[in-house]
Design a protein around this ligand. Structure first.
Ligand code: ATP
Length: 230
């Protein structure tokens, strides 16, 4: 990944090409190495300028997390550290009401312009519920959808979801990057990690080890601040 990614990028020929930006949204309750490693590998596989990791203030389809949005954001910042190409993006924390991804993509589209290659990355588990999201068709007007394979999550798509993505699927990143939005790519990333925040929370609540599931700095902050204790 490069660290450019503003209005345009250079392909080495002297011509500027549209920026390539992904959003990985989530509760990040807390951020773990499955999120971070996936974000780095999406960036590499798709040749992205930046991956914006966007914590939801109020996730619409799940209960309120026990840890505040600002604490989850602080953990995300610690987890990303100085990783090139990853950005901890607070734009959903600055908005009122439920954290709708369509609004976040609209704001990224406005920031990066109509020709930017904008990608919404989701794990397979999150993708399965896409038809229930707010304005699901609008997501494809605003961005491409990249579905990341996740160990232990292989439930087939519902018929509503299959109908929604029919005719959108492409096989290769190059095909995706030929247009600004509207297509779907399934990716099996090189390093698949069976880490979930649910499991991390259960481990913390029972004082079990979370070593090597989280970045050290995130683990240290969780322990120092007494987060996720039962
Ligand atoms: P929880 O267990 O609380 O549901 P989670 O681990 O799934 O949390 P989220 O914050 O809900 O984490 O996930 C944000 C996004 O990252 C979702 O699209 C999810 O599918 C994806 N994701 C989470 N963990 C992984 C993983 N280990 N590998 C690939 N993608 C993941």
């Amino acid at each position: 990944m490069t660290d450019k990614g503003h209005a345009s990028r250079s392909d080495g020929s002297g011509l500027s090409t549209p920026p390539r930006i992904a959003m990985l949204g989530g509760t990040f309750d807390p951020v773990h190495l499955g999120h971070l490693r996936s974000a780095v590998e999406i960036g590499e596989v798709l040749g992205l300028d930046r991956v914006h990791m966007v914590p939801a203030a109020k996730p619409p389809l799940r209960g309120e997390p026990s840890v505040t949005p600002l604490e989850r954001m602080a953990l995300l910042c610690l987890g990303i550290g100085d990783t090139p190409g990853l950005v901890a993006d607070s734009r959903e924390l600055d908005r009122e009401g439920p954290s709708y991804t369509a609004e976040t993509l609209a704001s990224l589209r406005e920031e990066f312009g109509p020709t930017a290659r904008l990608v919404m990355a989701v794990g397979h588990d999150a993708f399965l519920r896409l038809a229930d999201w707010h304005q699901p068709e609008r997501l494809f007007d605003l961005a491409h959808v990249v579905v990341i394979d996740r160990p232990g999550h292989d439930t087939p798509l519902s018929s509503a979801l299959r109908a929604m993505v029919a005719d959108r699927e492409v096989e290769h990143p190059q095909a995706l990057m030929a247009s600004p939005a509207g297509q779907l790519l399934r990716l099996r990333l090189p390093t698949r990690m069976a880490i979930s925040a649910t499991d991390v929370r259960h481990r913390l609540a029972s004082a079990a080890s979370v070593r090597y599931l989280l970045p050290d700095a995130v683990e240290a902050r969780i322990h120092d601040d007494g987060l996720y204790r039962s």
